[in-house]
Design a protein around this ligand. Structure first.
Ligand code: ACO
Length: 209
């Protein structure tokens, strides 16, 4: 374990219900598989290209090895793999990756939500919880998020939490079998007035329990 890991965060109250973050678990295999397979069409355009078919890569048996890698990376302080919960139910994932200490104290943040729950403020609340944890317990100063120019929902999430657009990364990532341009969004700790959660509360998008 390292500063800020493992951690259970929230809940933040939203119109959809209570949104929280908790570490991934080995016993998430069935739920992870079911949600990932059901959401293939909404996830595939935005996710790194993988080897083999979507269905094969998301069988329940694919979870334990993935979980093991994430768990060991989390243990050495490089990643924080969270499940997004709505009233205690698994509805997506939020990952903080490439955590770097020293003079940069930075990481990237990424997320997905079950399409049955789109547009209810869940990703926004989850990102706010993740941001506040990174700038608090974890001691980071900057967070990056890379998003394709066509991904308007994800850009809306980042803007609501306070991320700024910093530039265009050309042919940045191998996503859905092509090198795709990505917009770089970023947020540094001193830009937030109070916390990210307080920013949502001030905007009427969330409440404290
Ligand atoms: N054009 C403009 N805005 C849109 C569109 C659109 N086509 N679709 C949705 N939005 C807006 C909504 O109106 C809402 O903004 P508002 O509150 O100002 O009205 C916002 O996008 C969505 O906010 P939330 O409800 O908090 O987000 P949600 O829980 O629906 O999850 C997410 C958003 C995570 C992007 C979801 O759509 C998803 O899982 N998509 C597939 C995977 C993905 O793209 N993940 C992000 C990759 S990039 C990254 O991780 C940095």
């Amino acid at each position: 374990s390292h500063a800020g890991w493992p951690a259970t965060l929230g809940p933040l109250r939203t119109a959809a219900g209570g949104v929280g973050l908790r570490p991934i678990r080995l016993r998430d295999a069935k739920t992870w598989s079911e949600l990932r397979i059901r959401n293939q069409n909404t996830l595939l355009p935005w996710e790194p290209t993988g080897i083999g078919s979507w269905a094969d890569r998301h069988q329940p048996s694919a979870w334990p090895p993935l979980y093991a890698v994430l768990k060991s990376e989390a243990k050495r302080g490089a990643v924080m793999p969270f499940v997004i919960e709505l009233d205690g139910a698994y509805v997506g994932q939020l990952t903080v990756g490439n955590i770097q200490r020293g003079a940069v104290r930075t990481a990237w943040i990424g997320y997905w939500v079950d399409s049955d729950h789109f547009g209810r403020g869940i990703a926004t609340a989850a990102v706010a919880l993740g941001v506040d944890h990174c700038f608090g317990q974890v001691g980071l100063h900057r967070l990056d998020a890379t998003v394709q120019p066509e991904n308007m929902a994800s850009q809306a999430v980042l803007s609501k939490v306070g991320f700024r657009r910093e530039g265009l990364l050309e042919r940045y990532m191998d996503v859905n079998r092509r090198w795709r341009d990505h917009l770089l969004y970023a947020l540094t700790a001193e830009e937030l007035v109070g916390s990210a959660a307080e920013t949502l509360v001030r905007a009427g998008r969330a409440g404290f329990p």
